[in-house]
Design a protein around this ligand. Structure first.
Ligand SMILES: Cc1cc2nc3c(=O)[nH]c(=O)nc-3n(C[C@H](O)[C@H](O)[C@H](O)COP(=O)(O)OP(=O)(O)OC[C@H]3O[C@@H](n4cnc5c(N)ncnc54)[C@H](O)[C@@H]3O)c2cc1C
Length: 563
């Protein structure tokens, strides 16, 4: 022992670092392969190594411990309206840009007549799932940039110069006109003080600067109550025009190189998501171009929102995975009462039970990503339409529960900032709130039910097929059918319907593809009759050791070393 040390450190787990986030995650590797993305395994292994490195986790910590700062004015009182980020945030952006998470699914647009790459969404989802574990806040501008493309394409002429910059791999954070930059990011401004869900209550007004009409110049006056990533190069915003709520593309710089009249008023002091800046802004006659038809703003921006909803679910699944990996790693190394925690019968129940929800969430998000890839197929389109709100609802809702239980597995250490469970705990609720909160997702499912019953029928039929041969799944499917065909009180039962759909869908995927230990335990505990409100119950007959071994960060994809 060194002189002056009071004690020796022992029975403390080694740091969980230099982990390949791909090769150590059985549920991820299996999901990617199952949904057709296996050909990208080499690339994903390389990205898993980068995002799981000690340096990457350290950058994630720094980006959150040094949150962005708003500079409204220069020392002489002139307006600046810029946000300064810590270099670690920019490094995270560079990493995700290099992996093209902001654009990979649109790469084919660079070549006229080219087809979308098969499984591009599945592969991108795997990247997003890992990037969120490295650092979640920077995923916001990455997600919005990717999601903005379908809305931009409603005005192809207007989109062309922006698209060429979106498709760049080189992150360029400079506050400069887009034309002078190597790459751009795109943000989104819908929410106002008086309404975020109810965007029709928006009061921002748009007046044509000339003739008006799609693709033409307007001047916007008003505010946005939340506008994240305010250093984006342009924003898709909603404002009231002559015929009602309309969608606009608002650049930070005007074509003549001057700064657009967007005032950053203050940054939100948020629970989590601290590396990402979310601003309150004012538009003082800011210029913007109309996207789509005047009065069709909600329809136009919905093209974007469906993609951001996918990412919310994918990122939540990734954050749950990291929390679980931390919990199992701790339990594998920490001894209590002469036994490793992972060998304590009650702890293994908790860990296995947590792993079941992470398996289910992972299965659901990659199944959904595949539906985005195959949206030209009617069945896949039905899954995409109905299961996007269902998956976003369920995965984002259970994520905080998983994280808090995982935190407890680390005891007091879990509650301390470096763990990094505390950061994850503060981060996860946001995915349930933004891009359509829980009730909004449930109401969206009801909308599908009312307006597109054939979509619900197609998904219900697929789930019925998947349930065949499993008594519990068949019973759950019958319960769901009864709910679907009993319109009375459906408004009040919407969450029951959504949760039922999510759990049944996860059960059918796991039944068909996961190891029996996982599928059996998930179906028995989530679709059986056991009443349970907390983790660690109902798995006593399950092969909990097998479930935990598979979820352990020590797991390696067969044939893959530590790389
Ligand atoms: C960190 C952060 C960043 C954000 N960044 C952006 C951004 O970049 N751009 C942007 O436009 N917005 C952004 N938002 C705003 C976010 O999208 C909204 O907060 C969200 O859509 C909810 O709107 P609201 O806050 O006005 O709540 P409200 O619309 O008032 O809703 C409050 C609650 O009521 C529920 N509810 C709403 N309608 C119904 C109904 N009919 N029946 C039952 N329940 C209902 C909702 O589910 C919600 O739980 C951000 C928010 C956060 C927290």
């Amino acid at each position: 022992m060194e002189p002056f040390t009071t004690h020796e450190v022992f029975n403390q787990p080694p740091p969980l670092e230099d982990l390949n986030l791909y090769s150590s995650d059985a549920a991820l590797a299996d999901s990617v392969a199952r949904e057709g993305g296996g050909a990208a395994a080499k690339r994903l292994l390389a990205f898993g190594l980068v995002t799981g490195s000690r340096e990457a986790f350290e950058r994630g910590r720094l980006a959150n411990e040094h949150p962005p700062r708003l500079k409204t004015h220069d020392p002489r009182g002139r307006r600046l309206d810029v946000v300064e980020f810590h270099p670690a945030y920019h490094a995270c952006m560079e990493t995700s840009f290099a992996e093209e998470l902001h654009c990979s699914v649109w790469g084919h647009l660079a070549t006229p007549g080219a087809q979308a790459r098969p499984f591009a969404h599945v592969v991108r989802a795997a990247g997003t799932y890992m990037a969120a574990q490295m650092e979640a806040g920077h995923c916001c501008p990455i997600t919005m940039t990717n999601a903005a493309v379908p809305t931009l394409l409603l005005e192809p002429e207007l989109a062309r110069p922006w698209l060429s910059k979106i498709l760049s791999k080189t992150y360029d954070p400079r506050f400069a006109p887009a034309v002078d930059k190597a790459a751009v990011t795109i943000g989104m401004g819908m929410t106002e003080r008086q309404g975020g869900t109810d965007v029709r209550a928006n009061t921002t007004r748009a007046v044509p600067a000339g003739a008006g009409g799609p693709g033409r110049d307007y001047m916007l006056t008003g505010h946005k109550w939340f506008m994240s990533a305010p250093m984006s190069d342009a924003f898709l915003v909603l404002a009231q025009a002559a015929k009602g709520l309309s969608c606009f593309l608002m650049p930070r710089f005007l074509p003549d190189g001057t700064v657009n009249a967007i005032r950053l008023v203050r940054l939100k002091d948020k629970l989590g998501n601290r590396s990402n800046a979310s601003a309150e802004v004012e538009f003082h006659g800011a210029h913007a171009w109309l996207i789509g038809e005047d009065g069709r703003g909600v329809a136009s921006i919905l093209e974007m929102v469906i993609y951001t909803r996918l990412d919310c679910a994918v990122a939540s699944a990734g954050l749950m995975r990291l929390a679980l990996a931390c919990a199992i790693h701790h339990a594998e190394h920490r001894s209590v009462f002469q036994k490793k925690l992972v060998d304590q019968p009650l702890m293994v129940q908790v860990l296995a039970d947590l792993a079941l929800d992470v398996e289910a969430a992972t299965a659901l998000v990659f199944r959904l990503a595949r539906a985005f890839d195959r949206a030209a197929d009617a069945r896949a389109a039905a899954w995409r339409r109905l299961m996007t709100p269902v998956t976003k609802f369920w995965v984002c809702k259970i994520a905080p529960l998983v994280v808090v239980e995982a935190m407890e597995c680390l005891g007091g250490t879990g509650y301390v900032e470096e763990a990094p469970l505390a950061r994850l705990y503060r981060e996860v609720p946001v995915n349930a709130i933004w891009e359509g909160s829980g009730n909004v997702m449930a109401l969206d499912v009801l909308r599908v039910l009312q307006r597109e019953p054939e979509t619900v029928e197609a998904v219900a039929e697929e789930l019925g097929q998947g349930a065949l041969g499993d008594r519990r799944l068949e019973a759950a499917h019958a319960r769901l059918q009864a709910l679907l065909h009993e319109p009375r009180l459906l408004d009040a039962r919407a969450r029951t319907l959504v949760e039922g759909l999510a759990v049944l869908a996860a059960g059918t995927i796991l039944r068909a593809h996961a190891p029996p230990a996982v599928a059996d335990a998930f179906i028995a505990t989530r679709l059986g009759q056991t009443a349970r409100q907390t983790y660690g119950q109902g798995c006593e007959r399950a092969d909990t050791r097998a479930i935990v071994a598979r979820a352990s960060p020590k797991w390696r994809e067969p044939g893959v070393g530590t790389g």
